[in-house]
Design a protein around this ligand. Structure first.
Ligand code: C2E
Ligand code: CA
Ligand code: CA
Ligand code: CA
Length: 284
């Protein structure tokens, strides 16, 4: 039994080695990919459920990998958790999406704002983030209400919570509103609404996906919508895939929706065409 135990430990160690090696390789590849300009930003519309107007677009990072094709963040999540790399990717996404917004504005393409996801380490890097945001808005001559930041609750955890609260307050005073992403899935969500300066709530997809058949999800979703309304926050339902879900959200007076029902995330070049079609045919 002892020999077998040793053997297992050995296999375990070896596979840990392989895992670490794979991670290091991935990070190195991402670094190279960034330098080779293989990263891109896709955009998914956020729809006003009362007027069916497009309120803005969420910017979602993509990696056009030379051999593996178009990758979503799930394929390189280790890079988004790595301090130095997530700072690089984050700076790239902010610059690319605000540059895109400037270009659309110049072409009279009516995009009001972009929502950019901010990683935990970006948010915890003190006022580096607010400096970056202020500089980019100036670079592209955009008013602060053209940008929204999407933040996961996990960014609020840890010993830097005070610094994070300061950064969000600074940005809010400057005019950049933040949204609490994946609301309802984190730890102590309600406390965060009180402590951190967020003006938007995004109801996590896991609540929306069971909206038709699950009574509990319906109750929770309605509670979040009402909570947001009472706190003066706009509420966005994410992952809306079916007409049934849309009906429940409209009946419940939810402000905005986002999901495959309206559109999948698309390259920036497809946004003008999407908007033209959307205006022409209205909602489905
Ligand atoms: P998220 O912020 O919750 O973004 C929404 C995710 O749901 C996106 O996945 C989007 O493509 C997907 N989605 C939208 N509508 C639907 C729907 O109707 N059904 C389903 N099943 N999925 C839908 P994506 O683009 O793969 O991104 C995954 C996560 O990666 C994001 O979740 C976000 O946390 C993170 N992420 C994406 N872009 C960035 C970025 O630029 N920076 C950072 N730090 N994180 C990012
Ligand atoms: Ca998001
Ligand atoms: Ca989300
Ligand atoms: Ca999510």
């Amino acid at each position: 039994a002892k020999a077998r135990g040793r053997g297992q430990a050995c296999v375990f160690k070896r596979s840990l080695g392989v895992e670490t090696e794979r991670r290091v390789n991935l990070l190195e590849e991402v670094r190279l990919g960034l330098r080779r300009d293989e990263f891109d930003v896709y955009y998914q519309p956020i729809i006003d459920l009362r007027t069916s107007e497009v309120r803005g677009f969420e910017a979602l990072v993509r990696w056009q990998h030379p051999t593996r094709g178009l990758l979503t963040p799930a394929a390189f999540s280790a890079a988004l958790e790595d301090h130095a790399l997530s700072a690089k990717i984050g700076a790239f996404v902010l610059d690319r999406s605000l540059g895109q917004l400037r270009q659309w504005t110049n072409q009279s393409i009516p995009v009001l704002c972009v929502n950019v996801n901010i990683s935990r380490s970006q948010l915890q890097s003190g006022d580096e983030l607010s400096r970056q945001v202020v500089a980019l808005l100036k670079k592209y001559d955009l008013s602060p209400d053209r940008l929204k930041l999407e933040i996961l609750e996990s960014a609020f955890l840890g010993d830097r919570a005070d610094a994070v609260a300061d950064v969000l307050r600074q940005l809010r005073q400057f005019g950049v509103i933040s949204a609490l992403d994946d609301f309802g899935t984190g730890y102590a969500s309600l406390t965060h609404l009180k402590t951190f300066d967020v003006g938007r709530i995004k109801i996590d997809r896991s609540f929306i996906s069971g909206l038709e058949e699950q009574q509990s999800n319906r109750v929770i979703t309605q509670a979040i919508i009402d909570l947001g309304a009472n706190l003066g926050m706009r509420v966005v339902a994410e992952g809306v895939e079916t007409l049934e879900q849309l009906k429940v959200l409209v009946a419940g007076n939810c402000d905005c929706g986002q999901g495959y029902l309206f559109s999948r995330p698309m390259p920036g070049g497809e946004v003008p065409g999407f908007l033209a079609r959307w205006r022409h045919y209205g909602h489905r």
